[in-house]
Design a protein around this ligand. Structure first.
Ligand code: ATP
Length: 259
């Protein structure tokens, strides 16, 4: 197998002039942004401004919604995500996703983690065992579940279930992990664990997170993009966005004047 070589300084994802329509309604307007490897990028903004819609473009989850039309370009390294030749299954393996509500499958913890590998036809027990331990350790939940790997994942707490979903995403060796409000259903302690985990995971993965929680964006991200009514108003280093934004709308939002 040939391993592609990449210039670590070039963006892993580049969005150019992206428009997205749900039927006649335009939800994203001329979005331009790029994401760097091993960084956490946070999307913030009031409800309905298009954050989740943009996140779902990166692994073409919007393909599952009727009447969606996308114009413009998103390149993942040198591959055009919306090209007809893009294999969506491979794309979703390389760009994994964690949702707002943890969604463990009604299977054992073990089978949740190896799900993607089994679909890919992997049945080698030692490889599966190794993947389960590596993924659960990476998701900081190995110690909590190592003695109950064959119990149902449905018996876990919300915070544990969310870390199982992160472990399941990691198990197939993605390059990017998309997180759509991963902590919004969690208590503060579970939230803290996920935030610490994000900090750890970025050594290996590129992370893009949608969050309503501005403190969370400030804590976990390197770069923040502020969206309003389908437009990316401003994106830049998180510290700058939160202390010295260029645009009045950004300042109004982060200071709580609207939203
Ligand atoms: N499946 C859909 N069909 C039609 N319109 C949609 C669909 N999903 C989202 N929209 C609309 O697109 C716009 C952007 O929605 P999106 O969910 O991306 O915003 P968001 O910023 O993530 O909001 P929130 O923070 O509330 O999750 C909204 O006006 C929403 O109503």
């Amino acid at each position: 197998m040939t391993v592609p070589t990449h210039n670590p300084a070039s963006p892993i994802l580049t969005v150019k002039d992206l428009d997205l329509f749900y039927g006649a309604k335009q939800a994203l307007k001329k979005i331009n942004i790029s994401m760097q490897r091993n960084q956490v990028t946070a999307f913030i903004g009031p409800s309905g401004c298009g954050k989740s819609t943009l996140l779902r473009c990166f692994n073409r989850m919007n393909d599952l919604i009727d009447n969606v039309r996308v114009e413009g370009s998103i390149s993942f390294e040198d591959q055009e995500i919306y090209a007809a030749s893009t294999d969506v299954i491979t794309l979703r393996r390389r760009i994994g996703m964690v949702f707002q509500q943890s969604n463990p499958f009604p299977k054992s913890i073990y089978e949740n983690i190896v799900y993607g590998l089994r679909i890919a036809g992997v049945n080698d027990k030692s490889l599966l065992d190794e993947t389960v331990e590596r993924s659960l350790r990476s998701a900081a939940i190995w110690d909590e579940v190592k003695d109950r790997l064959h119990d149902s994942a449905l018996g876990l707490s919300g915070g544990q279930a969310q870390r199982i979903c992160i472990a399941r995403a990691i198990a197939v060796n993605p390059e990017i992990i998309l997180m759509d409000e991963p902590c919004s259903a969690l208590d503060p302690i579970s939230t803290l664990k996920i935030e610490e985990l994000i900090d750890e995971l970025k050594r290996k993965y590129t992370i893009i997170i949608v969050t309503h929680n501005m403190q969370q964006a400030a804590r976990v991200s390197d770069v923040t993009g502020f969206f309003y009514l389908g437009e990316l108003i401003e994106a830049g280093p998180t510290r700058k966005i939160f202390t010295n934004p260029e645009k009045t709308q950004t300042e109004d939002y982060i200071t709580g004047r609207f939203g």
